[in-house]
Design a protein around this ligand. Structure first.
Ligand code: HEC
Length: 106
C-alpha cells in the first residue's frame, strides 16, 4: 500500500513537471491570454493555438498588433488589438514561448 502511494505521488509529480512554471514575464500576458490550452479568454486568443514562430511571437509581444508581415489578426476579442510591450525582452519571449509549448499534448 505504501508503495502504491509513493507511485501515485511520483506520477502526480511527473505530470506537474510536464508543465513548467510560468515565467515571470508571463504575468504581462496572462490577464488577456489566460492559461495556455484553456481556450483563451474574451480578451485574447489561446497562445497554445497560435502557429506563430518564435520570431513572430517576439514581434507580436514587443510591437503589439501592428508589425510588418503580421499574419491576419484575430478580430473577435473584446480588446481588438494587443498593446505593444516593448519592455519584454527576447529572453522573456523565449521563456514564454517555451512555456506555452509545454502545454502541447503529446
Ligand atoms: C490587453 C490584452 C493583451 C495582453 C496584455 C497581451 N495580449 Fe497578446 N493578443 C491580444 C489580442 C486581442 C490578440 C489578437 C489580436 C492580434 O492578433 O493582434 C493577441 C494576439 C497575440 C498573439 C498572436 C496569436 C495568433 O496566433 O494569432 C501572440 C503571439 C500574443 N498575443 C502574445 C502575447 C504575449 C507574449 C503577451 C505578453 C508579453 C501578450 N500577448 C499580452 C491581447 C493581449
Amino acid at each position: 500500500m505504501k508503495r502504491l502511494a509513493a507511485l501515485a505521488a511520483a506520477l502526480v509529480l511527473a505530470s506537474c513537471a510536464d508543465k513548467a512554471a510560468a515565467p515571470v514575464a508571463y504575468a504581462k500576458c496572462k490577464p488577456c491570454h489566460g492559461v495556455p490550452g484553456a481556450g483563451g479568454t474574451k480578451m485574447a486568443p489561446d497562445l497554445l493555438e497560435s502557429s506563430y514562430t518564435l520570431e513572430q511571437f517576439t514581434m507580436q509581444a514587443q510591437s503589439g498588433s501592428q508589425w510588418e508581415g503580421k499574419p491576419a489578426k484575430h478580430q473577435s476579442y473584446r480588446t481588438k488589438s494587443m498593446p505593444p510591450r516593448p519592455e519584454v525582452t527576447q529572453e522573456d519571449t523565449d521563456a514564454i514561448f517555451r512555456y506555452v509549448q509545454t502545454f502541447k499534448k503529446r
